[in-house]
Design a protein around this ligand. Structure first.
Ligand SMILES: [Fe+2]
Length: 930
């Protein structure tokens, strides 16, 4: 075989005679000194579309005389044919390399994703428009003679192959040897429709192929004024950017920022900020007017993505909602698998249809369940919805198929899976121990806090809200604990609390003006007993002065006579509704979905895709803008699902603004800081994670700290690799602009707060990135994926308590009704049939992992794999996450850990990193995608 110095890498086709299915493989690192082409591609890693990115060579095969396969290089300048020594299937080899020393022959392989709707299929079969993509190779180096960008090398990419999911295009280029390294590719789409470009591989270089991971929609050339630029998978800090790419790097960011004007089109890629002024819909009905969240002292809020829609006619402060398909930058859309699971069609059309159906079925939309048997029957027999036209039924079955499984079409039944908690113990919701346990291991483990001082006091204005001191007396506590005084129990860190007093009390009067709901401020006290489990001691419900009546407050205890026991159960229903509201509005929506959106926007506006921190964060920031858009469309909007389902009704979102104002701090989103802040841990430098937990068996904290530590270790190795000194952090202009923008634009209403971390050192950066990654992954998972487990049987977590306590200014009838049938009073306090059913559907959807879920540490971002140090660090991260799976399993088997192990208890698997699809109650995706 001839020896060609320029050849070290080539594309190879494998083709069997009489078989038209050519398959491409890539031969790399060919050994020039081996003397012959006697090696076989072995165990190739199939990347996409049969492109093989790596291969090993093994010199130990026996020749087969009747070879009927051959390999043919894609580089056809000069061809050498040789029999290949291979085991069956036999092959012949056609090698080809270039001998021209003035240029490289380079081939570009472009992979475009097939669309489910056949759009791309149509394009490639020639039904629609031209079949070309125009590529231009950009040199990473400036032309030294002109000190300007070198002229790009242009080529047309033609479709060559289709597979089930992808369409392959190829282009060839002659690259002058003095062209320098290729640093980017410009792409134009000559089709008449947009295409989704997955990746480009450039082959034919002495050092091996160059990869560009694109993952982006490309609009038709005729619809855009600029060419799309994609950089190679190599990352650079701004100051290290190769000279030929600097302008491209800057211009790309300018384009992504837009000019802040005009209405965004679906195809746009612009990331910009706006306030939440699109939740209300005063054009439809003035009753649907809602406070604008963000931009004012009264209602501070994180920013959302700017859509630039027209302002409402009824009120110029609002953006109109006439088009129910809000803009998100094009590449933020869900993948198609995710779309079929949960998108605006599913949630808005499906739920609206159910809602309308139930409306017609139930003459009284406020009707509660008549008894617990009816409620239990939902899981056994399904929930009857009215007879629908068969088209409507088919439509619903398509939209939310999981709720119609096994249903007989004629029955019109909504089917619900039995929640895991109910499956294991159908009386679980009745248990006070379970009520307390779920504050540590349930759907909302973010609220429980240590009682640090006595007496408990409100910070609210006594003139408006009445006496500030709690009516929970020391006698109530001391009669139920094993310490002689409250002070002693506090000193020993044995008293804990759910504190929903100051958060809700200011809204009580307003909410009580709305029909079919009510509200109190509440405090619930718990005692940590010698078994290490929490025992509820007291619930205090408070109503402020209202309609000329003085403040009303009452304390309820669990150990009482039958009247007081039923009152305790009713008070517990109120607290659970408060906790459900805190969970959904604050722990879940505000602290994950909502606060992350402006971080995503800033990341795209200020960090180039070739920035190492962009690449580190990107997996954590995917799909969130899309799901938040769906939330604005149908969940958190005026008259949306949350307003229908939750106690505060039309004030639901305002309350999340109050929480942002009073409670949210970036530094407290780091798990250790959050635990310390709530008194659930103290700093202890000798302890494993630098903190010691106040409750040893706090499943969320124990497992969360393992994930926190793993993320931090990975981020530390990554950051220290790219930033060898503090000065490199400080001099990184993109990074500094990014952090400034998060604070001053994304979280503008809190930009002056003193607690924002500085960004001067590697450690500052490590803590900031770890916090963002934690919030987007494990924090979100901890409050998202067990929603159906614990809320799917709503008596355990009612979203609303509709009636006041029978002891608050009761009429004679009310009191008698309670005394004669307390169970009925409880059922009437619980959500109505519509509220319960609707929210069960929502919880079922939100708790589900899609089949293409991307779990933390599962898949390596392509640029990480190109750097051996980063690749190794990632593999350590991945290994650690797999170890955590085992640690969590062994903890759940430990009989001493009574908050996660016991008869009828759901084990705490929430933070196990990996999961299969469906409602599994475990699995930590990289990002907030549902
Ligand atoms: Fe979520």
């Amino acid at each position: 075989m001839a020896h060609h110095a320029s050849f070290s890498s080539s594309l190879i086709y494998i083709k069997r005679p009489h078989d038209n299915n050519k398959k491409k493989m890539q031969l790399i690192n060919f050994n020039h000194n081996s003397g012959s082409m006697t090696y076989l591609l072995q165990k190739p890693h199939v990347h996409q579309s049969f492109i093989i990115n790596s291969a090993l060579f093994r010199p130990s095969y026996t020749p087969h005389k009747n070879s009927n396969w051959f390999l043919k290089s894609s580089l056809t300048k000069k061809v050498h044919i040789r029999r290949c020594l291979v085991s069956p299937p036999c092959m012949r080899v056609v090698m080809a390399t270039s001998t021209n020393n003035s240029h490289h022959n380079v081939k570009a392989l472009v992979t475009v994703k097939q669309s489910d709707d056949g759009l791309i299929k149509n394009i490639v079969t020639g039904i629609v428009g031209n079949n070309h993509l125009v590529l231009e190779l950009v040199s990473a180096e400036l032309d030294p003679r002109a000190n300007s960008e070198r002229e790009t090398i242009k080529g047309k990419a033609h479709e060559t192959e289709k597979t089930e999911n992808n369409v392959q295009y190829e282009a060839t280029f002659e690259l002058p040897t003095n062209f320098g390294n290729v640093g980017a590719v410009l792409v134009e789409n000559e089709h008449s429709k947009e295409i989704f470009l997955k990746n480009i591989v450039l082959d034919g270089f002495p050092d091996g192929p160059i990869h560009l991971n694109c993952q982006s929609w490309i609009q038709p050339k005729d619809d855009t004024s600029t060419k799309r630029v994609f950089f190679t998978n190599k990352v650079y800090l701004p100051l290290q950017t190769p000279s030929g790419l600097r302008k491209f790097r800057e211009n790309e960011l300018i384009e992504l920022r837009g000019n802040g004007e005009g209405e965004r089109k679906k195809s746009d890629r612009i990331y910009d900020y706006d306030v939440y002024n699109d939740l209300g819909d005063p054009d439809i009905n003035i009753e649907l007017k809602r406070s604008v969240l963000g931009g004012t002292k009264q209602f501070p809020y994180p920013r959302r993505c700017r859509t630039g829609r027209k302002h409402s006619d009824a009120d110029k402060l609002y953006e109109e909602r006439s088009t129910l398909d809000f803009y998100v930058p094009r590449d933020e859309s869900f993948s198609e698998t995710k779309q079929t699971q949960f998108n605006k069609s599913t949630i808005s059309l499906g739920l609206t249809t159910i809602l309308q159906s139930l409306d017609t079925l139930l003459t009284d939309t406020n009707l509660g369940f008549a008894n617990f048997d009816d409620l239990d029957a939902i899981y056994k027999e399904g929930f009857q919805i009215p007879t629908l036209e068969s088209n409507d039924l088919t439509f619903l079955q398509k939209l939310i198929p999981k709720f119609f499984k096994d249903a007989d079409d004629s029955q019109n039944l909504l089917r619900f899976d039995t929640p895991e908690s109910y499956k294991r113990d159908r009386f679980f919701w009745f248990s006070d121990v379970e009520f307390a346990r779920e504050t540590l291991a349930g759907a909302n483990p973010y609220s429980i806090q240590l009682v640090k001082e006595w007496p408990l006091k409100s910070k609210l204005d006594v003139q408006i809200y009445g006496p500030s001191e709690s009516s929970i007396s020391r006698e109530i506590i001391e009669s139920q604990i094993t310490y002689s005084t409250v002070e002693e129990a506090i000193e020993e860190k044995k008293l804990f609390m759910l504190d929903y007093h100051d958060l809700y009390l200011p809204y009580v009067s307003k909410v009580r003006e709305i029909k079919e709901t009510t509200l109190y401020g509440s405090r619930t006290l718990f005692f940590l007993n010698s078994e290490g489990i929490l025992k509820p001691l007291a619930i205090e419900l408070t109503r402020p002065p209202i309609d000329g009546k003085a403040q009303w407050t009452q304390v309820f205890k669990p150990d009482s006579d039958s009247t007081n026991l039923w009152l305790w159960r009713l008070a517990k229903a109120h607290v659970l509704a408060h906790d459900s509201g805190h969970h959904e509005l604050i722990s879940h929506w505000l602290r994950t979905h909502c606060v992350v959106e402006p971080i995503i926007i800033a990341t795209h506006r200020q960090l180039s895709s070739m920035h190492p921190i962009y690449r580190l964060l990107h997996p954590h920031l995917r799909y969130t803008m899309e799901i938040n858009k769906v939330a604005r469309e149908v969940l958190i909007n005026a008259d949306g699902i949350l307003e229908i389902s939750f106690t505060p009704k039309k004030y639901t979102m305002e309350l999340s603004s109050v929480a942002y104002d009073k409670l949210w701090q970036f530094d407290l989103q780091a798990l250790p800081n959050d635990l310390i802040h709530r008194g659930m841990a103290v700093e202890d430098l000798n302890a494993r994670h630098g903190i010691k937990l106040t409750i040893k068996d706090y499943p969320f904290a124990n497992d969360g700290l393992l994930i926190w530590e793993a993320i931090k270790q990975w981020v530390t190795e990554y950051v220290n690799h790219y930033y060898p000194s503090s000065s490199t952090v400080e001099s990184d202009q993109e990074l500094q602009a990014w952090w400034t923008e998060i604070r001053t634009k994304g979280h503008a209403d809190k930009s002056e707060e003193p607690w924002w971390p500085k960004l001067k050192t590697q450690n500052d950066l490590i803590n900031i990135i770890t916090t963002i990654a934690w919030v987007a992954s494990a924090h979100h998972s901890a409050v998202n994926f067990t929603q159906y487990t614990y809320g799917g049987y709503f008596p355990n977590r009612p979203t609303i308590a509709r009636n006041k306590m029978p002891t608050e200014d009761p009429t004679k009838e009310e009191w008698e009704k309670f005394m004669n049938n307390p169970e009925q009073t409880l059922l009437e306090c619980f959500p109505s049939q519509i509220q319960a059913t609707l929210f069960m559907v929502v919880l079922g959807l939100l708790s589900e992992h899609s089949p293409d879920e991307e779990y933390i540490g599962e898949i390596m971002e392509p640029s990480w794999g190109e750097n051996p140090n980063i690749k190794e660090a990632f593999e350590r991260f991945q290994k650690r996450l797999k170890e955590i799976e085992g640690i969590v399993d062994s903890r759940n088997e430990d009989r001493n850990l009574k908050n996660r192990h016991g008869a009828g208890i759901v084990p705490y698997e929430t933070l196990k990193p990996f999961s299969g699809p469906g409602v599994t109650g475990k699995g930590v995706p990289y990002s907030i995608s549902i």
